[in-house]
Design a protein around this ligand. Structure first.
Ligand SMILES: CCC(=O)SCCNC(=O)CCNC(=O)[C@H](O)C(C)(C)COP(=O)(O)OP(=O)(O)OC[C@H]1O[C@@H](n2cnc3c(N)ncnc32)[C@H](O)[C@@H]1OP(=O)(O)O
Length: 252
């Protein structure tokens, strides 16, 4: 099972669990995430979702490069990867607050996943990298648009163009994450925050989330559609092919 689902206190805790791929996101996993969010919403006892992962080293290693490599080899086009967004977007469109509890490093599409959450709590040893450029890609799941929203137009190009790793502290300084906690404490901290949210009325928090979504939608215009069209343009190009070849060559 690639997603562990565990009711805990007021929250539903979703733990990404694909250790053999360092928790890469494939289509099956994103479907499971969307389905779990729907289940959480339908249960009046659940007041929020905590999204975390198993292991201590990696939160999410990005999109599944085996799945992506297969699609490129079979000339299937980018639709499969683009479609995963419909599932992932459930995190942002849900009426429940979603808090990411990040216990390990985050790469590429994993950073996009964080940006779909309402709050992000990271452990102090974690690093984050928008690795897309190194893989010959641009974000596919709204991560470019949301990165500009979170950190502004000065920091976004630095993170995207250089694909550099940044520390948890730096991520907090530039407004990419809410809070840095000591190693091993992100999940408890996230549960504590959901507990505090649960002191208020579910309907009010849901209304606030709807309002936030409406504001973002109005501010974004068609930015996410443009971003996704650019992903489709670079998909399967020379830089993408070369990066996939290098990834698979390194691993025999
Ligand atoms: C949507 C756009 C995107 O997200 S593009 C993808 C961006 N992500 C990346 O570039 C990260 C690629 N992965 C890595 O750099 C390394 O594997 C990291 C995560 C640093 C872990 O390194 P290390 O601990 O040395 O392990 P390793 O490289 O031997 O990998 C272990 C097994 O995991 C797998 N793995 C890793 N990343 C992915 C991935 N994104 N998709 C699918 N599988 C992945 C490796 O292939 C390896 O498995 P195997 O030994 O080859 O069977």
């Amino acid at each position: 099972m690639s997603l562990r689902i565990e009711p805990t206190g007021d929250a539903l805790v979703l733990s990404i669990d694909r250790p053999k791929t360092r928790n890469a996101l494939d289509r099956d996993l994103t479907r499971r995430i969307a389905e779990a969010v729907r289940v959480a919403e339908a249960d009046p006892a659940v007041r929020g979702v905590v999204l975390t992962a198993t292991g201590e080293e990696t939160f999410v290693s990005g999109g599944d490069l085996h799945e992506i490599g297969r699609a490129v080899r079979e000339q299937a086009g980018p639709a499969g990867v683009l479609d995963m967004y419909e599932d992932l977007a459930a995190l942002e469109s849900s009426e429940l607050p979603v808090i990411a509890a990040v216990q390990g490093d985050v790469y590429g599409g994993g950073c996009e996943l964080l940006l779909l959450c309402d709050m992000v709590i990271v452990e102090a040893h974690v690093s984050l990298a928008f690795r897309h450029a190194r893989m010959g890609l641009s974000p596919a799941w709204g991560g470019l648009t949301r990165l500009v929203e979170r950190v502004g137009p000065i920091e976004a190009p630095r993170l995207l163009f250089s694909a550099e790793k940044i520390s948890a502290e730096e991520a907090a300084r530039i407004g990419l994450v809410n809070e840095v906690v000591p190693r091993g404490q992100a999940r408890e901290r996230a549960l504590g925050r959901i507990g505090r949210i649960a002191d208020g009325a579910r309907a009010v928090v849901a209304a606030q989330k709807r309002a936030l979504t409406a504001v973002r939608k109005a501010m974004r215009g068609d930015a996410i559609e443009r971003e996704r069209a650019i992903f489709a343009e670079v998909w399967g190009g020379p830089a993408h092919q070369a990066a996939l070849d290098a990834f698979f060559k390194r691993r025999g």
